[in-house]
Write a protein that binds this ligand. Structure first.
Ligand code: PAF
Length: 282
């Protein structure tokens, strides 16, 4: 396994490999089972698998955890090696010394859901993903469905900017008790860890509630009431179209539940399809 630290080095390394099917798995490190599933998906689909590890300052807001973001490179490299990754791209900095001058901006989709409380976050994400795509020129790129809004926005970027890259989503990996895997789960105290289960449990209850009503507002009200019972501080709980991310009034086959909540001081996000077939929405 090769570890490249500069765009020049990785380009040089990839030159003789062009023509093979190249997959990129972009990450910010602190790899867990969720990332491993992305790597395995990449391995099953491509000849060459590259994992990028870069904590992108541009996607963190002023009061967010950029400086505290866990850095576990040795462990990450070990995981990549064991998973048969071909190259780790681990740049020190991806922006010019005087800071980013040219960035990408998302209009509508970047201001929905998480974008309401993190107004510049997705601009930072698409800017760095665009830089990674320009350096690596992968044929496919794999992103976790846990960050569904990010996945939907990146799909839209690739489509709007005519990038010859296939964006592939990889399903959410959950702990045995239902908590979606995230690098931020490590911040949870044992009590908070227990409380965090109400997120996935509430979404499951909302799903089964579609038997009683297909009105989104009713199902959301039910979910909010359930979370409030357990004292969870909800940032948003919405039912949106999974492609456009626009809120939906009634449930369709493309409806998905999106949630963000604070458990203690840790912000968690999750999402789940409502899995309604066309027949039973009629
Ligand atoms: O999902 C992440 O870890 C990051 O947002 C990404 C896609 C690696 C961009 O920094």
């Amino acid at each position: 396994m090769n570890i490249s630290q500069t765009p020049e080095k990785i380009r040089e390394l990839l030159t003789p490999l062009r023509g093979q099917h190249i997959a990129l798995v972009p990450t910010m490190g602190c790899l867990h089972a969720g990332h491993i599933s992305l790597i395995r998906k990449a391995k099953s689909l491509a000849d060459v698998v590259i994992v990028s590890i870069y904590v992108n300052p541009l996607q963190f807001g002023e009061n967010e955890d950029f400086h505290q973001y866990p850095k576990t490179f040795e462990k990450d490299a070990e995981i990549c090696k064991n998973e048969g990754v071909d190259v780790i791209f681990h740049p020190k900095n991806l922006y010019p010394d005087d800071g980013p001058n040219i960035t990408l901006k998302i209009s509508h989709m970047g201001h929905l859901l998480c974008g309401k409380s993190r107004p510049t976050h997705f601009d930072g994400v698409v800017t760095v993903v665009n830089i990674l795509f320009n350096i690596i020129h992968p044929d496919i790129a794999i992103f976790g469905e846990k960050d569904w809004q990010q996945l939907a926005i990146i799909r839209r970027m690739v489509s709007d900017l005519h990038m010859p890259i296939e964006v592939i989503g990889s399903e959410i990996i959950r702990e045995a008790d239902g908590l979606a895997m995230s690098s931020r789960n490590r911040y949870l105290s044992p009590d908070e860890r227990q409380k965090s289960l109400f997120l996935s449990q509430t979404m499951l209850l909302m799903k089964s509630n579609t038997k009683n009503s297909h009105k989104a507002s009713k199902i959301i009200r039910f979910g909010i009431d359930n979370l409030k019972k357990y004292g969870i501080s909800i940032e948003y709980l919405e039912i949106c179209n999974e492609l456009t991310l626009n809120p939906e009034n009634s449930i369709t086959p493309q409806s998905r539940i999106f949630i963000a909540a604070k458990i203690g001081s840790t912000r968690l996000i999750d999402n789940m399809p409502l899995s309604i077939t066309t027949e039973n929405t009629l």
